[in-house]
Design a protein around this ligand. Structure first.
Ligand code: PBG
Length: 342
């Protein structure tokens, strides 16, 4: 200790030497953000020739399926490798039946995207909240449906009946051409149930990206407008993680590794960098992070007020997410970032 102190008096330590010019900073830069890292979310809705702005997320739209053709080409032309798809169905019901219908919104969107941009990796977000009339991520316990269990609380998300539907819907999306299925509902056993359903239907080549550690977060607020998926009663705290819990987050990731996940996702991104970094130390699976709607909207709103620079803040956030350990980042800034990085 004393020795080090003496030494630092005699030797001049000046880390600033390497920061002097843009090129010397380039030489020592540890993290390089590239379009290779990015995944663009897309919202597909029913209807014709629609490109509806999402008020809380400036620059983001709901596209009707016909309009996804040009959008998919534009994304591929920017060098972005993948999109993640969300559907806004025509019809909502107690069990989200449009999610496992072959002519549902997402299977049709996948067909159009694959035709327009065959090499674009299509990830299908797998959840029921957009498809159920109550906006929860699966079947809920109610005397109105045949899964009713009087011993369980009313409104309880019925885990195992939901697993069966997740399996069916995943097979439907995979048959339509999805390359990766991304279960996002935090339903216990969702990864193994989907893996079994895919393998049982000759779809062993379809990968699973699990939203393994998904916190019950207020940062999803704008997304619920975008996907029209707000719960009608209650909230998602009975299935999504308490943002106060890190060990439980790591336990969720361990379970998904055991169940056969190919990629693990952490979400939201900026408020979970500790979890991302801990996972980076403990697993060799690829890691994804989701820079969620609220993270996007905050930056847009502050930039809109002239309070911060949108481009600089977005790129800094994405770089920090990669530095913490993400191999890939789902971001509403993906298209803009790919342009800025070109
Ligand atoms: C569930 C899902 C949600 C998001 C992605 N998948 C919403 C939720 O859990 O309430 C949020 C994404 C975002 O905020 O950008 N289908």
């Amino acid at each position: 200790m004393l020795k080090a102190q003496v030494k630092s008096h005699t030797v001049s330590r000046r880390p600033r030497r390497l920061r002097l010019s843009p090129n010397s900073r380039r030489l020592v830069r540890e993290t390089q953000l590239t379009p290779d890292d990015l995944i663009q979310p897309l919202f597909a809705r029913y209807g014709h020739d629609q490109k509806r702005p999402i008020a809380s997320m400036p620059g983001q739209f709901q596209f009707s399926v016909d309009n996804l053709k040009d959008e998919a080409k534009a994304i591929a032309d920017l060098g972005i490798p993948a999109v993640i798809l969300f559907g806004i169905p025509r019809h909502k019901d107690w069990c989200g039946s449009e999610n496992f219908s072959a002519d549902g919104i997402v299977p049709r969107a996948i067909g159009v995207i694959k035709e327009a941009a065959p090499d674009l990796v299509v990830i299908s977000d797998m959840c029921f909240c957009e498809y159920t009339e109550h906006g929860h991520c699966g079947i809920v316990n109610s005397p109105d449906n045949r899964h009713f269990n009087p011993r369980l609380p009313l409104g309880y998300l019925l885990n195992d009946p939901t697993l069966e539907l997740l399996g069916r819907a995943s097979v439907t999306h995979a048959e339509a051409g999805a390359d990766i299925i991304a279960p996002s509902g935090m339903i216990d056993g969702m990864v193994s149930a989907i893996r079994r359903a895919l393998d049982g239907n000759g779809l062993e080549h379809v990968a699973l990206l699990s939203y393994a550690t998904k916190f019950a977060s207020a940062f999803y607020g704008p997304f619920r407008e975008a996907a029209e998926s707000s719960p009608e009663f209650g909230d998602r705290h009975q299935y999504q993680l308490d943002p106060a819990n890190a060990r439980e987050a790591l336990k969720e990731a361990e379970l998904d590794i055991d169940e056969g996940a190919d990629i693990l996702m952490v979400k939201p991104a900026l408020s979970s960098l500790d979890i991302l970094n801990q996972l980076r130390q403990t697993t060799n699976l690829p890691l994804a992070a989701y820079q969620v709607s609220g993270e996007y909207s905050m930056i847009c709103a502050a930039a809109g007020n002239g309070w911060l620079d949108q481009r600089e803040t977005a790129l800094e956030s994405l770089t920090a997410i990669k530095r913490a350990g993400a191999d890939m980042i789902v971001s509403y800034f993906s298209k803009s970032a790919a342009r800025w990085l070109a």
